[in-house]
Design a protein around this ligand. Structure first.
Ligand code: 5CA
Length: 445
């Protein structure tokens, strides 16, 4: 993309009503525009990152055998009356009626709808296990929407639902989700710690939230310092292997780590004092096992091996896809702007032409631009007739991890400058070496 032809409405002023860095930076970098409280348009740069995050979530879900589908945002109230949640859900649910006076709602989650799909099409234990998921917009009429996309009213969520014959099978699905979530967050360059939590309106006793530690997080968390040392890394876990998934679950959840909802001071006191940590965290996901709560009330049954009908065991598993942008920026920024991890950056590399209109500089930039494209990479070429300082400030604000600066002086010596956004360090090299260096970084991801 050439910046002169792109739509990047960068703001010069810091928006006064944005209280935290990620919200400020998303507005300033022209990623989002608020349309009403907690409801945003995703401008091209924000939309690009949102799609990258979605793609990672899709890939990691499908890697462990979960199957994508797409359910609508609007749901019939009657489905929710069956489970008893239509009245129980309270004011967070946006209730609408259509022209025929039928009660509808904008889905805050999809347990009822997926259970309806299941009961209509699945009748035998032979079709289990089954995990279906989608990535779809949700609406929750939050009392205090704030911090931009972090606590929106309309937000994008990945929600997945497992159907199993027994509790034991459903706990394997739970553990498998934990493994896939850990990998998903790590691929984005984030550490999200599973913590014992409260299940709220979803229900059930077994639930873990995934928290990214950040001072601006909304949850208070208590944990054993040791949990921050555990990483999934490049381990190759077989998602169908019950013992392997269980052992990852045990490894990641045996040390003390809880949100304020389930915090137990007496248990916490047993953690060695120098390892007792209290901090704040951003909840980027949650997994639940709730047994037969929905299958019993809604009649989602299968015929078992013994020929008898039995309600299926279920769980639901969510990732806050749009919230992740906020969490990523909270964890990766400095006073100049965003610093995208390579895994989610909107463009792989920025090309800054210091002297637009200079034949040699223009030609060198064009050549770099085409070389990156030929390698399947996505460069952003700042080809505007702007001062160098302004170009650098824009690149720093939007946070591309790598920048190549091209100017007549360097070109005289046959070199361009490659700068890391994260370290700020620059290196001179030939344009060919610059392409090779950046291409290798992305190939190694
Ligand atoms: N049905 C279950 C799992 S599929 C469910 O709804 N879980 S949840 O309530 O925990 O939501 C899943 C994730 O969505 C949360 O972990 C959080 O990251 C994200 N989320 C929840 N509410 C909001 C909100 N108002 N704005 C942005 N993201 C949100």
């Amino acid at each position: 993309m050439r910046l002169s032809r792109y739509f990047l409405p960068v703001l010069k002023e810091t928006p006064a009503d944005a209280q935290i860095a990620s919200h400020r930076l998303m507005l300033r970098a022209g990623m989002i525009r608020q349309q009403s409280a907690g409801i945003y348009s995703w401008l091209p740069l924000g939309y690009k990152v949102l799609k990258k995050i979605e793609n990672i979530v899709h890939e990691e879900q499908q890697r462990v055998g979960h199957i994508p589908l797409l359910m609508p945002t609007l749901q019939s109230a009657d489905l929710w009356r069956e489970s008893g949640r239509y009245d129980a859900y309270g004011d967070e649910m946006l209730r609408i009626s259509d022209r025929h006076g039928r009660d509808m709602l904008y889905g805050p989650t999809n347990e009822e709808m997926i259970t309806d799909i299941f009961r209509a099409h699945v009748g035998s234990y032979k079709d289990l296990p089954l995990t279906l998921y989608h990535i779809q917009w949700k609406f929750r009429d939050e009392v205090r929407p704030r911090f931009g996309v972090m606590r929106g009213r309309e937000f994008l969520m990945k929600d997945g639902y497992n159907f199993d014959l027994t509790k034991e099978d459903a706990m394997h699905a739970y553990n498998r989700h934990l493994v896939s979530y850990l990998r998903t967050y790590e691929r984005m360059g984030l550490q999200a710690i599973p913590m014992r939590a409260d299940s709220g309106p979803i229900g059930g006793d077994d639930t873990h939230e995934f928290l990214v530690l950040a001072d601006t997080g909304e949850s208070e968390v208590f944990y054993d310092k040791g949990v921050t040392d555990i990483k999934l890394g490049a381990r190759d876990i077989d998602p169908y292997n019950v013992d392997e998934c269980r052992s990852v679950m045990e490894e990641f959840t045996s040390l003390y780590a809880r949100t304020d909802e389930t915090h137990d001071a007496a248990e916490f006191a047993k953690v060695p004092e120098d390892r007792q940590m209290t901090a704040r965290g951003i909840e980027v996901g949650q997994i639940f096992y709730f047994g037969t709560k929905y299958s019993e009330s809604m009649g989602a049954e299968v015929v078992g091996q013994d020929g008898k009908k039995t309600p299926v065991h279920m769980g639901s598993h969510g990732i806050g896809v749009s919230r992740l942008l906020g969490a990523l920026i909270e964890a990766n920024h400095d006073d100049k702007g965003i610093i995208w991890p390579e895994g989610v950056t909107p463009f792989h590399v920025g090309i800054v032409n210091l002297k637009q209109g200079d034949d040699e500089a223009d030609a060198a930039c064009e050549a770099l631009y085409k070389s990156f494209q030929a390698l399947g990479l996505d460069p952003l070429y700042d080809d505007r007739k702007e001062r160098a300082g302004g170009k650098f400030a824009t690149m720093d604000l939007i946070g591309l991890p790598w920048r190549i600066t091209v100017g007549p002086r360097g070109l005289k010596n046959g070199v361009v400058e490659v700068t890391s956004r994260r370290s700020g360090e620059s290196e001179e090299m030939t344009p060919e070496q610059a392409v090779e260096k950046v291409a290798k970084i992305y190939a190694d991801l």
